[in-house]
Write a new protein. Structure first.
Length: 109
């Protein structure tokens, strides 16, 4: 039997790092805050260390883990998303909230 290597996508690493970062869901972070929180978590724990801490969180708090990961994926995805049609290729302005109401609604389910 051969061992299979798993390579996490950048989005998965960003979500893991955001979930274990110091940033709280109630903070309503802007893109800059999300970038800084992810960078700090990756510097502190490494990509694999973030994944291990996520696994620990899932074990310690299984009742909230899925909602927290949904929120982390949504917020990280929006913070690193390229501008879409109708945005005139403008990047998100500093101070503008990252996740819209839909992403925050997912965190409460």
């Amino acid at each position: 039997m051969q061992l299979a290597m798993y390579h996490a996508s950048a989005g998965a690493v960003w979500a893991d790092a955001l979930l274990v970062s110091e940033l709280q869901g109630s903070d309503k972070p802007d893109a800059g805050q999300v970038h800084k929180a992810i960078a700090a978590a990756v510097r502190a724990y490494g990509g694999g260390g973030c994944a291990r801490r996520v696994a620990q969180e899932f074990g310690d708090h299984p009742e909230t883990a899925v909602a927290r990961m949904r929120r982390a994926r949504a917020v990280a995805g929006e913070a690193f998303a390229p501008p879409g049609p109708g945005q005139d290729n403008a990047r998100r302005q500093p101070g503008q909230p990252v996740a819209g109401p839909r992403a925050w609604r997912l965190a409460r389910t």
